[in-house]
Design a protein around this ligand. Structure first.
Ligand code: GTP
Ligand code: MG
Length: 452
């Protein structure tokens, strides 16, 4: 039945991978192809997300997807740029994304952020496929614009095909090292037992039809039950980013994964200090690229349903926290909703000890991921907070007895200049990185060297 069911929400697909491996290009390609297909405007650009309706998926997939076989409304893609950790994408203690695409550059292979992404996918149990990107860079490649993989394969010489296969099997080997069984996607029978590897080019569009087909099929086959929600119910979402916007003050970029939100709604938002209760002043969506002007970059919408990305303008959002829950109160008791949000925040709280290192991270989700990694490495944590490294963190770090705990581990955060100076004066060691396990390794090395 091609009519979309009112109570099936759009599956959320996170696109992740190492810096420059082509996440944004892949999404651009998916958007761009539909413009060529005369579907400009059909795809909606959200805050940090791109919604692709089923009929457009079907068009881009070039007949590989028959819309009458599906009743999910399409796919919502979330781009996670290099600076923005996938760990932000949390919801109700689990992963916000229903599925993920792990983008791997075929020339570059597995890199630190690829490994990091895999560890988090494993931890959260998120199903994923691998897009082996940039196949057009294989020497001697004969490009076939927007063609499915099989057609492209047939157009290549034996030598080129062999080179590509070598790269693909290297990726399959890397996945195996990480404990995942995988194969080229057309050999995979059960996508829950085996990871499908899909050769693609974000530049030429080759393999993009296959990628969309696999995603749509996976979602329809295995996730339909999870997509059954009360779309008219009170909205629930996760804060992606807290941002100052000219004319609106502090706003929050939110991925709505349940229910509906409207201007005027009372919402409860997780904050750094206190839980925020406020009223939605405006729901904002970015304007199409062509009509974007500095003064009016957004347009207001009257209502939004899951799943979608939106910027919320409301008073008192200064203390809102990336990764924190957002809940529309609706006809419930506001205190119950506050309790719900606080319980969720508490469940994400890091277990701390009297003696240990100080941990800072950019979002609630990355703080959680840091805490897990430190626990696994048996490194005690005295304090864990979201935010940049500030002078008061140095003050906290100086209270420890064990010199080797006189350290601050910052994931994806900045260091205030006065904090840096203070750290030097007080002999506090600062470690910053945007890869969690490297941060842990650096700290371990420091401890080992001290003990020598
Ligand atoms: P971050 O957001 O910084 O993490 O990077 P990203 O993963 O979004 O990579 P992006 O899409 O910005 O691509 C990085 C570079 O690779 C750009 O110069 C792209 O043009 C190039 N690129 C991406 N995909 C392909 C591809 O399939 N083929 C070729 N030849 N180049 C590509
Ligand atoms: Mg990008």
């Amino acid at each position: 039945n091609s009519s979309t069911n009112q109570n099936l929400r759009t599956p959320i697909v996170a696109v992740l991978g190492h810096v420059d491996h082509g996440k944004t290009s892949l999404l651009d390609k998916i958007r761009g192809s539909t413009v060529i297909e005369g579907e400009a405007g059909a795809i909606t650009q959200h805050i940090g997300a791109t919604a692709v309706p089923l009929d457009v998926v079907s068009q881009v997939a070039g007949g590989l997807v028959d819309p009458t076989e599906f009743d999910l409304p399409g796919l919502l893609f979330i781009d996670t740029p290099g600076h923005h950790s996938f760990t932000t994408l949390r919801a109700r203690g689990g992963a916000l994304a229903d599925i993920a695409i792990l983008v791997v550059d075929v020339n570059d292979g597995f890199q630190p952020q690829t490994e990091e992404a895999i560890r988090i996918l494993k931890e959260t149990g998120t199903p994923f496929v691998v897009a082996a990107n940039k196949i057009d860079t294989v020497p001697g490649w004969n490009p076939q614009e927007d063609a499915p993989v099989q057609q492209t394969y047939e157009a290549q010489s034996d030598r080129v095909r062999q080179s590509l296969d070598e790269e693909l099997y290297r990726i399959i080997g890397n996945l195996s090292d990480e404990g995942f069984s995988s194969d080229l996607y057309w050999r995979v029978q059960d996508f829950r037992a085996n990871i499908g590897v899909i050769p693609v080019s974000a530049k030429t569009g080759e393999g993009v039809p296959d990628l969309l087909t696999v995603l749509m099929g996976l979602a329809q086959r295995y996730m339909k039950e999870d997509m059954e929600i009360n779309l008219a119910g009170p909205g629930a979402g996760t804060v992606l980013e807290v941002k100052e916007e000219q004319g609106y003050g502090t706003t929050i970029d939110v991925i709505l994964y349940d229910g509906t939100i409207r201007p005027g709604d009372t919402v409860v938002v997780g904050g750094g200090n206190d839980t925020i209760v406020t009223e939605v002043r405006a729901l904002l969506k970015p304007k199409a690229l062509a009509e974007m002007r500095a003064e009016k970059r957004f347009e207001q919408v009257d209502e939004l349903r899951a799943a979608s990305g939106v910027k919320i303008a409301a008073p008192d959002l200064d203390d809102a926290m990336a990764g924190a829950p957002v809940r529309v109160v609706g006809d419930r008791d506001v205190d119950d909703v506050i309790e719900e949000v606080e319980a969720e925040l508490a469940s994400a709280q890091v277990e701390t000890e009297e003696e240990g290192v100080v941990v800072k991270a950019d979002t609630l989700g990355s703080l959680e991921a840091m805490a897990n990694a430190l626990e696994a490495a048996e490194i005690p944590v005295m304090r864990a907070e979201v935010g940049d490294i500030a002078p008061r963190d140095i003050a906290v770090a100086t209270t420890v007895n064990d010199e080797s705990h006189r350290a601050i581990l910052g994931f994806n955060v900045d260091v205030y200049p006065d904090a840096e100076q203070r750290a030097e004066e007080k002999g506090v060691h600062l470690f910053t990185n945007d890869v969690i396990y490297q941060l842990v390794d650096d700290y371990d090395t420091f401890v080992e060297e001290r003990e020598r």
